[in-house]
Design a protein around this ligand. Sequence first.
Ligand code: ADP
Ligand code: ZN
Length: 217
Amino acid sequence: MILMLLGAPGAGKGTQAVKLAEILKIPHISTGDIFRANIKNRTELGQLAASYINNGLLVPDEVTVAIVEDRLSQPDCVDGAILDGFPRTIPQAEKLDAFLESIGKKLDVVVNIVVDDQAVIERISQRRVCPNCKATYHLGHRPPKNGVNCDACGHEVVLRDDDTPEVIAKRLKEYHSSTEPLVDYYKEKGNLIESIGVDGIQESLDNTIRALIMRNA
Ligand code: ADP
Ligand code: ZN
């Protein structure tokens, strides 16, 4: 099953994707994580990606699509994947549809996580991430146990370079102009869209997954 999580930056796509990947036993593909790993390893792709990411802009479609197609072609994706943060533009979505068709798959379900801008700003400014194992925390309602170090691996948690107020504002603008149109794109195409709010997100997603498993059984 190919499942995609759509939503503004900081909506909680990553957190939910990790849980879903575990439940559904399929890989979690996060374009943001792939870019950050490349930035950390100082690859050419990382250098290119950083110039966009740190300015709150989207990485160009050609680059992003090629990375995802390559990732989806790996053997661990035979039974599907959870797409987190991709597609983020209409051209990316069109390319993904064509690619999936070429490998005999389709995007089975799109889950749209709805959160307003003010909440995004609050959540992202409180977000801390572990640069070592990628665990994420919220200083308010999900802080690391000792306030400073990752519960999972002990590394110090940090504010992401693109989680500053200035860059957050630009990312929100990009989201509204480039990514939000995907909600209508998928509605029109008839991909199942479950629009769920961030309050009670866990329960809504659990219900969605249950329904999906029943449908695919
Ligand atoms: P968030 O959902 O909090 O914005 P991500 O880790 O998904 O975080 O993305 C971080 C950044 O990586 C984005 O702001 C963007 O610059 C880049 N990025 C991630 N996915 C894509 C994509 N599908 N297309 C273009 N750029 C992307
Ligand atoms: Zn960690």
